[in-house]
Design a protein. Sequence first.
Length: 86
Amino acid sequence: SLAVVIEPGAIVCLLAGSSRMQPTFFLFLNLGGTVARLLLLRCLAASMPKPLDWLLALVRQFSLPLLFILGSVALFSGFSLLRGGS
């Protein structure tokens, strides 16, 4: 049940179901873990506003070039898969 609180991914959910964990207990653990992670991230972000502001400014400055590069990579990868490449 600790795994559900820490990381309720697909495998953990599958294992919780196969071990016959009660759905209400699973929901309680999952929601509690999610709220705890969100609060932890909020506290972490509040503790270092200057580095996050710098990073946000960097992303804003280079968002169009990054969008073009990542879009090109995605298109190239998609066309490669359509042609049967690896």
